[in-house]
Design a protein around this ligand. Structure first.
Ligand SMILES: Cc1cc2nc3c(=O)[nH]c(=O)nc-3n(C[C@H](O)[C@H](O)[C@H](O)COP(=O)(O)OP(=O)(O)OC[C@H]3O[C@@H](n4cnc5c(N)ncnc54)[C@H](O)[C@@H]3O)c2cc1C
Length: 548
């Protein structure tokens, strides 16, 4: 079998398990490289428990380097795939250098992102439940609401602070609302001015019932148990818009709240869009062998892919659901198929019959449908916990999660709120004389304004062979030209003397420019003022040089 270099984009269930299976089944001399934006694997089904403080955030994830011995792990953001040259382009390191690597086989396993753009107000006022940061942010916010509700004298505000809305009645929505309520009720003893009756929770589901993946009987059971815990379930309804203080539904009603969690509205990641393939419902359509159209070396699996299932004739075509169970099976299939192709054998079509479905609804209750056996309540909850412990990668993660569960049973839930302010849009940085601030090709991370000292920008002029030189002193700025284009700088920026700069984050700079016309006008014209004379002078120098 010929040696091969396999690059996997994404370190979730699909990507990490592909790397694992390849390392297990492929010859040792194969290069297997996994690129992921973070250096850890997130077990997404545990996120609601991170949000509720049952499990601490670092204990719910597994470092990819622990999980994947023998696999090269690269922490970077993939920005595109060049199918002609068989290269993956990515940005890596704190300086965000654009680099690329070659592949013989490429596995795309980037999952999906939550598309908040479809509903007005979601982008600004909703919480997601997709990664560790989301869970952490939601937990801090819920504690913030409890703290505020306990001390406010304004009864309308108090009601709003204690109303929690979740959009989406699938697994993640149901688990999130169940865990959130569990956390609130277990911590109320620390908030003497908040009674259990003051808290209300609303689950909004567009479909006719919650947990549609389960049998109607189990879904009814879950609905009954949640209703018993004062969750108002609104089926056949959807949220039309949201503000900082309310959500508006399509049936004309309005719920005053400061907490909206959305678990619906998935959309494609930019990497899948960059493939230039027509997407199907935001997913990459693949054949039954998991190959991307018109390519026998690019594969796509997990939530990012639209995978046809082998269903007998006459039935409506079915596709693999976006679940962890399926992602792991797809990973195994793709690893075996890549090896088969290298051996010049036929790949195998993907097929999998799920063993069952489980969902926790909080308060030591769950619903389960396993091998056709339907369970609910405590037995289902115990099964749910043992199943997830078994699925967690690595002994140390399993032990940590089990200990978290054990401590949670005996100890009070922590209500420590770690700063919720996020990253500020600006930061100061100091450079010593001679420091190189930015090199050609590097991604500019913001607008630089010099507070004290001097920077020097040098851009090579290929016509004259000399550099365009610009000195940037106190009050001058740099970076706006790159931020108007593809963010890459062409020149070198160096500190002429000890220099302090204020950097406005690149995305915030762009948003501010788009929203504030005078600022935009300024930057449109300042470019002419600063760069046009330099460029004019340089081109006339080039002409004069040529004349001689
Ligand atoms: C709250 C919640 C509860 C769930 N509960 C269950 C459950 O009980 N049972 C079940 O079977 N399923 C459950 N699921 C679904 C399951 O978690 C997903 O189906 C599964 O995680 C999909 O795996 P994936 O590898 O395709 O995507 P993901 O797990 O999303 O992984 C994608 C990876 O790609 C990385 N990535 C993305 N873009 C880039 C880029 N440009 N460059 C580098 N890296 C990139 C991301 O950082 C991420 O690590 C749940 C999901 C959620 C959110």
């Amino acid at each position: 079998m010929t040696q091969s270099r396999v690059v996997i984009i994404g370190g979730g269930f699909a990507g990490a398990f592909t790397a694992r299976y390849l390392r297990r089944y492929a010859p040792r001399d194969w290069d297997i490289e996994l690129i992921n934006s973070t250096n850890y694997f997130v077990f997404q089904p545990l996120l609601p428990e991170v949000a509720s403080g049952t499990i601490s955030a670092p204990d719910a994830v597994t470092p990819l380097r622990h999980m994947l011995p023998g696999v090269k792990v690269r922490m970077a953001d993939v920005i595109g795939v060049d199918r002609t040259s068989q290269e993956v382009d990515f940005l890596q390191g704190s300086k965000r250098f654009p680099l690329s690597i070659k592949y013989d086989h490429l596995v795309i396993a980037v999952g999906q992102k939550t598309n908040l753009a479809r509903t007005p107000g979601f982008r600004e006022h909703s919480f997601c439940m997709r990664d560790l940061a989301d869970a952490h942010e939601l937990r801090n916010h819920v504690i913030q609401c409890l703290e505020h509700a306990d001390v406010t004298e304004d009864s309308a505000l108090k009601r709003r602070l204690l109303t929690f809305v979740v959009a989406g009645g699938g697994f993640s929505g149901v688990e999130t609302i169940g865990e959130m309520l569990e956390m609130i009720h277990r911590t109320l003893k620390f908030y003497p001015n908040v009674n259990a009756d003051d808290v209300s929770a609303v689950l909004v589901q567009r479909g006719e019932r919650i947990l549609p993946e389960l049998s109607p009987r189990l879904s009814e059971y879950a609905q009954r148990k949640l209703a018993g815990r004062h969750v108002k379930i609104m089926v056949g309804a959807s949220i039309q818009s949201a503000t900082a203080t309310a959500v508006y539904l399509d049936n004309g009603s309005c719920i005053n709240t400061q907490t909206l969690v959305t678990t619906v509205g998935n959309g494609p990641r930019p990497v899948t869009e960059s493939l230039g393939i027509g997407l199907d419902h935001g997913k990459v359509p693949v054949d039954e062998y998991l190959r991307v159209p018109k390519s026998d070396r690019i594969w796509c699996i997990g939530d990012a892919a639209m995978i046809p299932l082998n269903i007998s004739d006459g039935e409506e075509r079915k596709y693999a659901p976006p679940t962890a169970q399926f992602a792991v099976r797809e990973a195994r299939c793709v690893a075996k198929n890549i090896i088969a192709i290298q051996k010049q054998e036929m790949p195998t079509a993907f097929s999998y019959k799920p063993r069952g479905t489980l969902a926790s609804i909080g308060n030591y209750k769950a619903v389960a449908d396993v091998f056709g056996v339907r369970l609910s309540g405590l037995p289902a909850w115990l099964l749910w916990r043992s199943f997830y412990i078994g699925m967690l990668p690595g002994f140390s993660t399993r032990l940590r999660v089990a200990l978290n569960w054990l401590f949670d049973y005996f100890l009070p839930r922590s209500i420590v709120q770690i700063s919720n302010n996020g990253q500020p849009a600006t930061q100061y940085r100091r450079y010593a004389r001679g420091d190189v601030v930015c090199k050609p090709g590097q991604i500019v991370d913001g607008l630089y304004t010099v507070v004290s000292g001097y920077l020097e920008s040098r851009i090579p002029n290929p016509e004259t062979g000399e550099d365009f030189v610009r000195l940037i002193g106190e009050g001058d700025h740099w970076g706006e030209r790159s931020l108007s284009g593809r963010f890459e700088t062409q020149g070198t920026l160096t500190a002429v003397e000890d220099t302090r700069v204020l950097i406005l984050d690149k995305d915030d700079f762009r948003s501010l420019r788009a929203a504030f016309p005078p600022l935009n006008d300024y930057f449109e014209h300042v470019s002419d003022k600063i760069y046009a004379p330099i460029l004019r002078r340089a081109s006339s120098e080039a002409v004069t040089k040529k004349d001689h």
